[in-house]
Design a protein around this ligand. Structure first.
Ligand SMILES: [Ca+2]
Length: 588
């Protein structure tokens, strides 16, 4: 890591020099420093909630309700008895509506359902909250941020929109049969809602948003990255969490992985399986976790920590130096091999080879990898890691490939698929569709993301974060994308900064400091020109108002904090002071 770091710093220094030269008339190939976007100015809502929506007219829009909401805690989801926020949301106007109501080619009714929450006292900013999974549900437009729900964009005074991305029905992928619904899920809904939302804001406050942001995690991170490639003129700040920016490829790696785990698992009668369907708890799934069970995963986590924990200067249960750890750790070499049965300290050669293959991103008969490799990290021990590898890989990914991700409609089942054919289908154009699944779902030109030049030129910024122990979307894939930006955009650290979250699983959880607000530093970067070097994160220990993380190691302080460092820097222990406090670490 030290060598990489030195190279990186030298690169930044030389770009800075060239930029200085460009003011003197030379080196026009290097982008000039972007103009600083002015700070948003607050405003107060003009008129009542009902008045505003009555005044607002927009093509193919139907407002279904518009009601004032008093300041106070609000429900965090639409589920009955959903928990409420730990904070008071400001007084706001809640507008619900639909756009583009139509009949699909499959005969079903479609629309882009949304809600907007417009605070009475507005901070002058718009936040497009893009949601996770397969969308299909209008999640409350709170602009929730990482970890426990301690803050959110609405709480901070943003006007927030959230949508179902153009179809109704969470976790039901059948909308993929309709080309427009598939396109709306890929990118179209964000494109159609954005000008409408800005128009409603203009009516509500007498001015359009001064600054606009978009953000989400998982599929929401994907939406955000896609928006940067397709709607670069619409947003000033992009908050990208755990982006599934190659969602079809990741889903294929998941389905392939499920078959590898099954091959490792002793046959278990379905009736006695302890694995259940994540969305239908009464439905049992073949228990493919038995071949690499919780104890086995802890063995690997311990071996990773043995090799990598101290590389950042502190044996604290967190592997901060992710890159160095990938070089230092080899699962086949560094985990003891069982000579008899399981003894709680060893794995069989077959187990180790399977883990290595799955972490390599899967591979077809043609030798091509389906997806990125995954980093080894201590969060492999956690429940969320297992849920993605063993449950969602059987219950979610096959359906998504069948209807949305693998070109033409087909039936993909867990365990018995033709992987090479599926892999090719991701890149083929299905009958009746204008784009391949890869083109529909992914940022345009993500292999050479020169579109980030446009973002840079207008002074917009992108902040990415990703849990290193994310089991479905690889943190190394996000690093690879950031590295490709660096190859295509001069002084790329002036437009994108990435923050790894060691130990964290998919968007939250795991043995990690997973509570942080990345939106505030993004706003400061966009509107004040202060580039984030680190973000302070905390664990959710006993009594934490954002909800306790039950998987924190017992020896950690329940109030531990850590800096998340801008890649490629690493949070490094200063050598003295409590290892429970962020102040005793620096980004090196
Ligand atoms: Ca450490």
């Amino acid at each position: 890591m030290k060598t990489t770091l030195a190279t990186f710093s030298a690169g930044v220094a030389s770009v800075a020099l060239f930029s200085a030269c460009s003011h003197l008339g030379g080196h026009q190939d290097v982008a000039p420093a972007a103009a600083l976007l002015s700070a948003a100015k607050p405003a107060v809502m003009s008129g009542s909630c009902v008045d505003i929506t009555a005044k607002f007219k927009y093509d193919k829009l139907r407002i279904t309700s518009s009601v004032p909401v008093a300041a106070g805690a609000v429900a965090m989801s639409g589920a009955p008895n959903a928990p409420k926020t730990a904070y008071d949301a400001p007084a706001h106007c809640l507008v619900k509506g639909v756009m583009d109501e139509r009949k699909g080619t499959d005969g079903k009714d479609y629309a882009i359902g949304f809600e907007m929450r417009l605070p009475t006292q507005w901070n002058g900013r718009f936040y497009h909250q893009v949601n996770g999974g397969l969308d299909g549900v209008v999640q409350p437009a709170l602009g929730a941020l990482g970890g426990g729900p301690l803050t959110g964009a609405l709480h901070q005074g943003f006007a927030v929109i959230s949508s179902d991305a153009g179809h109704n029905g969470s976790q039901n992928p059948s909308f993929g049969a309709d080309p427009e619904a598939r396109q709306n899920y890929g990118y179209g809904a964000v494109g159609k809602l954005t000008p409408m939302a800005k128009g409603l804001i203009a009516v509500a406050y007498g001015k359009a948003p001064d600054r606009s942001y978009i953000g989400g995690c998982s599929n929401g991170g994907r939406h955000t990255m896609v928006a940067a490639s397709r709607y670069a003129d619409q947003y000033d700040g992009y908050l990208v969490g755990a982006p599934g920016y190659r969602l079809p490829q990741a889903a294929l790696a998941q389905v392939w992985g499920s078959a590898q785990w099954k091959d490792l698992s002793p046959e278990t009668p379905l009736a006695s399986s302890s694995l259940t369907h994540p969305f239908a708890p009464n439905v049992k799934l073949p228990d493919i976790s038995l071949g690499f069970n919780a104890q086995d995963r802890q063995i690997v986590a311990d071996a990773i920590l043995f090799k990598c924990d101290a590389l950042d200067g502190a044996k604290d249960g967190l592997v901060q130096d992710v890159a160095a750890c990938q070089k230092a750790f080899d699962v086949v070499r560094d985990v003891a091999t069982c000579t008899a049965g399981r003894d709680g300290k060893c794995l069989s050669n077959l187990q180790k080879n399977t883990v290595a293959q799955v972490f390599a991103g899967g591979k077809g008969a043609d030798g091509k990898h389906f997806y990125a490799n995954f980093p080894f990290d201590a969060g492999i021990s956690a429940a969320n890691w297992a849920a993605w590898k063993y449950q969602n890989s059987q219950a979610l990914d096959p359906g998504a490939l069948s209807y949305i991700f693998a070109g033409d409609l087909r039936t993909v089942k867990a365990f018995d698929s033709n992987y090479d054919e599926l892999h090719a289908a991701i890149y083929s154009k299905p009958n009746g569709f204008a784009l391949s699944s890869d083109e529909t779902m992914s940022p345009t030109g993500y292999d050479k993301p020169s579109y980030m030049n446009a973002i840079q030129k207008r002074g917009a910024k992108m902040l990415t974060y990703h849990g290193v122990s994310d089991a479905v979307f690889s943190e190394l894939d996000t690093r690879a994308w950031v590295n490709r930006v660096a190859s295509n955009v001069p002084n790329s650290a002036s437009v994108v900064r990435h923050f790894s979250v060691p130990g964290m699983n998919h968007c939250s959880a795991g043995p990690a400091a997973d509570q942080f607000d990345a939106l505030t530093p993004l706003v400061k970067w966009v509107e004040q020109g202060v580039a984030p070097e680190s973000i302070i994160a905390s664990v959710r220990g006993a009594g934490h108002p954002g909800g306790v993380n039950a998987e924190l190691p017992k020896e950690w302080s329940p109030t531990r904090t850590r800096p998340l460092c801008a890649y490629p820097k690493v949070a490094t222990y200063k050598g003295n002071g409590s290892i429970e406090e962020a102040a005793n670490f620096s980004c090196q």
